[in-house]
Design a protein around this ligand. Sequence first.
Ligand code: SF4
Length: 288
Amino acid sequence: MKITIKETPAKTILVKSGLPGTDWVINPYNGCPFACMYCYAAQIARWKHPNDEWGSYIDVKINAHNLLFQELTKLQKKTGTKNFGSIFFSSITDPYNGVEAKYQLTRKCLMVLRDFGYEGEISILTKSPLVTRDIDILKKLKNISVGLTITSLDDAVSRFLEVHAPPVTKRIEALSELHKRGISMYAFVGPMLPYVVQKENELEKLIYTLKQIGVKEIWFEHINLNARIKDRLFSYLRKTNPSLIPLFEKTKVFAYQKNLDALIYKFVRNHSIKIGGGSVIRHNKPHN
Ligand code: SF4
């Protein structure tokens, strides 16, 4: 897919979060070339691109780091502290999407937070091993954790649904490297795909594999199939693999979700893994 890249200055960058568990979000980009078929941001972030296909455009907030410095300074003057609450990268893009390799806006924002001496929690969630490029800066941040999204152990599954995102095997390698280099890290298993339920041992294998590379905390999330996400996902499945549609339909059934939750609680207990987010398996909350 051809991607249209547009450099555009933002008016604000540190934005009050509507997501539970985080106070602020930073989105150095609008749009995401990874083009995941279940992406909730596909609807949220497209107000400037109502007719463009998700994944086909990205707006680069070219002044993100300068703006962040100004906004942090202003908040410090107002509050008298260097901790305004938790900051999350990112809610409507992947902070390490492909164009980050060139523009380095996430890196520059992290440098601003480092130089400012930000004292609040900073959390990053990505599907890209590019995050390991920034280990030098991550090491200097006081309160940082980095998550990689792992929805299966199979590159074919990630390629099918997370169309242009780096393969899951590379993400697992990135988690392992973060761990070895002393960066606090976690895995995000979300959305949980019918694939891990159809083959019960796959879910346990996934949890076991993550544990083997040093993961101590996993966040789990059920798939969000609201009307718009479903439209886009199902229209893709109709073209590619219609037999999967009933399996995805089933994920909305209460009994299905309850059984899946029970399996997760059993497996994390077996492997002494902590569930992130206050031990809560999240239901239908959108995320990267
Ligand atoms: S789910 Fe995340 S990585 Fe995938 S397209 Fe959406 S924002 Fe990008």
